[in-house]
Design a protein around this ligand. Sequence first.
Ligand SMILES: Nc1ncnc2c1ncn2[C@@H]1O[C@H](COP(=O)(O)OP(=O)(O)O)[C@@H](O)[C@H]1O
Ligand SMILES: O=C(OP(=O)(O)O)[C@H](O)COP(=O)(O)O
Length: 398
Amino acid sequence: MSDFNTIDDLDVNGRTVLVRADLNVPAKDGAVTDTTRIDRLAPTLTELAGKGAKVVVLSHFGRPKGGPDTKNSLRIVLPALSKAVGQEVAFAGDCVGDTAAAAVAALQPGGILLLENTRFHAEEEKNDPAFAKAMASLGDLYVNDAFSAAHRAHASTEGVAHHLPAAAGRLMQAELDALTKALEKPERPVCAVVGGAKISTKLDLLGNLVTKVDMLALGGGMANTFLYAQGVDVGASLAEKDMADQAREIMRKAEAAGCELLLPKDFVVAKEFKAGAASRVVAAESIGADEMALDVGPATVEFLGLKLQGAKTVVWNGPLGAFEIKPFDAGTNAVAGLVAERTAEGRLLSVAGGGDTVAALASAGVEEKFTYVSAAGGAFLEWLEGKALPGVAALRKK
Ligand SMILES: Nc1ncnc2c1ncn2[C@@H]1O[C@H](COP(=O)(O)OP(=O)(O)O)[C@@H](O)[C@H]1O
Ligand SMILES: O=C(OP(=O)(O)O)[C@H](O)COP(=O)(O)O
């Protein structure tokens, strides 16, 4: 980390420090369901507050369409954030402008203020220079502790760093150190497991990943999209059908690079996406028109188990199914259990990451058994590809 400043390099006493956090945590019905990202961020905030800084926290939450909406308000993280830092955290209903400025002005040294979702402004994702400048004008110093959002070149993750003295937070430091230690020279064969629901934003990443790993196992909406691209009828399953050409291109790249693509053999399907919905196991080619593939089936679990026997390193982002709802957690639980067991036996090095992936591993009871669990998903896979992450690059000493 010698080419980055850290909090040790900043004189924060009495200064206003803008901290870019990743509070994009799993939530349901307006409540946080997994606090891992909040708990891992807390030491940075308490250290800064303890050193007399006025701490102003910036973050995105969800994927709002460039304007405010109640579903994606960061207000819902306030109770968990206050608990994690051991003090009441103040809140402002905007991340720029008069509302934000008034809340910052009211902040005392040692105080912590959370600003509303940066993605409530379309300028955030465009990395609009004037918007970044407006955000930067709220503080004296900038600390980026959002490694898990560092693959995004957005105003709060990248733009602001050009306007203020910038440093990496403790979580950012810890993630980069741990990932470097675990994966700088991964022992082959390397198997990447990619599932989850973020299809279009992760497809680009897979094109590079297949040139770096020996096997790529797909689950979740990603697998459905690839099966659709192969001509399989995926019924009402989550899939981005307009991404089929790109998926086919990735399959060609994988073949050329000698990366074995592992697609599900069978699925647990249901007509409704709710707990206790009637479900059945079907072959991948037999999903009904009104059915959704919500988890990988037992034949897929067995197949992945056999394939993983040949792997020395596993990197994993994205649950294999809709794990929040039983029984669609079974595939993720079984494969995670297998990886955990082989890691414990010293036969495998395993690194997993992602907001929901961490929650899935915790609910499977195996989080502690992986070699390392990162708070980051997409960012960790892009780091693994050797890509320069914009949020990290902007912190480099000028
Ligand atoms: N087959 C599926 N159908 C619908 N949703 C799915 C399916 N498989 C996984 N998911 C959903 O994917 C979400 C996690 O995806 P993602 O955000 O990409 O992971 P992470 O946050 O770990 O990077 C979970 O909410 C899960 O319910
Ligand atoms: O949760 C995140 O990424 P992840 O799902 O890859 O772990 C980050 O907060 C980035 O969110 P984004 O993928 O909406 O830019």
